[in-house]
Design a binder for this molecule. Structure first.
Ligand code: APR
Ligand code: PHB
Length: 391
């Protein structure tokens, strides 16, 4: 088999790249180790920046997002038992975010790829990448019981944090920056109306909590929990009781509870691997970087990476290497700004036992400053709605 771009991984990064390449007339094959059902069963965040919405539109997959997605013009910060609204629209000249689950984005991209008759090889085993530092790159794997090889011009490593692409780069060629946080997020999805029409981020002495949603009838809630905790330790009742304790009295009273459809714990990590290009191999999305989920930048960064990679590859086929030569540097400028924002928002909102009473006083002073100062609120708002693709 031969193609122009072999894409490893059918998460949002790989699928969106495939769709953008198709629009540019560039052929791709996606190789994914899991089944489509497995990919769709993963519950992830669901807040889209306008740049992500624009890229999905460009790729031709925005229709359902525009009818079912919820436009949010602000969020609420909750501390000391009171909520304070950060008005994105007023602070950023009218910008908003779209609440639409990553699962739905993935579903739309999968349907689009299927309808366009483009090849995705699911349940590929022993995927390996070769020759990306030479003139002849290829991908090898087992599929349907036979050994296969795809020869290609380029390999796009969209295979997530635990993928094979970054792991195939010789260690001396990579510089890794990492911070692991001493807690996790326990998440619950439930078929209940959201407690409020906007997201509520709470700083509470018992730990952070977040009230989010997927639709007017489906909610997503999170609690900060110990890193070593297990979802099985939490009954639904225990989850709802703890969430109530961390909310302001009005929200605690309004909260509608119900059986959990999903309950899981995610670790929190900041991670960047530099650079993002090695000859004919490009890394994009979680394969190159991870942010803690506070602020929901993960999916948006995956989208902006491939939003830069697709035109760079199109430029290459039109005769210029300028786009692919500057890909890594251009992506990393945006990634580090989102890393900084996600780290800052995480540090502000969570309980860090090791920083003690002084740390809590610092958080409290910063929260009061944030909600009382137009300059500080604007800094939060402009980062949350998303910085420009290239700045
Ligand atoms: N071979 C083939 N496919 C692989 C391999 C491999 N060796 N390893 C991993 N994969 C697949 C995974 O099964 C997954 O479907 O690569 C895909 C990577 O998808 P994601 O983890 O969703 O990563 P990405 O597409 O970069 O999307 C980033 O996901 O984790 C969230 O917060 C993050 O929302 C962000 C988004
Ligand atoms: C989510 O809805 O899952 C979500 C929303 C906002 C975040 C993180 C997760 O900051």
């Amino acid at each position: 088999m031969r193609t122009q771009v072999a894409i490893i991984g059918a998460g949002p990064a790989g699928l969106l790249l495939g769709a953008l390449l198709q629009r540019a007339g560039i052929a791709s094959v996606i190789v994914e180790q899991r089944s489509p059902e497995y990919v769709l069963a993963r519950i992830r965040a669901g807040v889209l920046e306008q740049t992500t919405v624009d890229l999905l539109d460009q790729a031709g997959v925005g229709r359902r997002m525009h009818t079912e997605g919820l436009l949010h013009g602000g969020i609420e910060l909750c501390f000391d038992g009171a909520r304070h609204r950060i008005d994105f629209k007023a602070l950023t000249g009218g910008k908003q975010v779209t609440v639409y689950g990553q699962t739905e984005v993935t579903r739309d991209l999968m349907a689009h790829r299927h309808a366009a008759g483009l090849t995705t090889l699911y349940e590929a085993e022993q995927v390996s990448v070769h020759g990306f530092d030479t003139a002849t790159a290829c991908v090898r794997f087992r599929h349907d019981g036979t050994e296969q090889q795809i020869d290609c011009d380029f390999i796009a490593g969209c295979d997530g944090f635990h993928g094979v692409c970054r792991a195939s780069v010789p260690a001396p060629a990579l510089t890794v920056y990492e911070r692991i946080y001493p807690f996790g997020w326990l998440g619950v999805l439930s078929e209940t109306p959201p407690v409020s029409h906007e997201l509520i981020y709470t700083n509470h002495p018992r730990g952070f909590s977040l009230c989010s949603m997927r639709s007017p009838t489906r909610s997503r809630y999170y609690l900060q929990c110990p890193a070593e905790d297990r979802a099985e330790n939490w009954s639904d009742d225990a989850f709802w009781a703890e969430l109530r304790r961390r909310l302001d009295p009005a929200a605690a009273q309004t909260l509608v509870t119900g059986p959990s459809l999903e309950k899981s714990i995610a670790p929190l990590r900041s991670f960047v691997a530099e650079p993002m290009r090695f000859g004919r191999l490009f890394l994009a999305g979680d394969a190159a970087h991870i942010v803690p989920p506070t602020g929901a930048k993960g999916l948006n960064l995956a989208a902006s990476d491939v939003g830069m990679l697709a035109p760079a590859l199109a430029e290459f086929y039109a005769g210029s290497t300028h786009g692919i030569d500057s890909y890594s540097q251009r992506c990393l400028r945006r990634i580090w700004k989102a890393e900084r924002f996600s780290w800052w928002f995480t540090s502000l909102m969570h309980n860090f036992p090791e920083t003690g009473a002084f740390g809590q006083k610092m958080q409290h002073a910063e929260l009061e400053y944030l909600v009382g100062s137009a300059a500080a609120s604007t800094a939060l708002a402009e980062n949350y709605v998303g910085l420009p693709l290239e700045q």
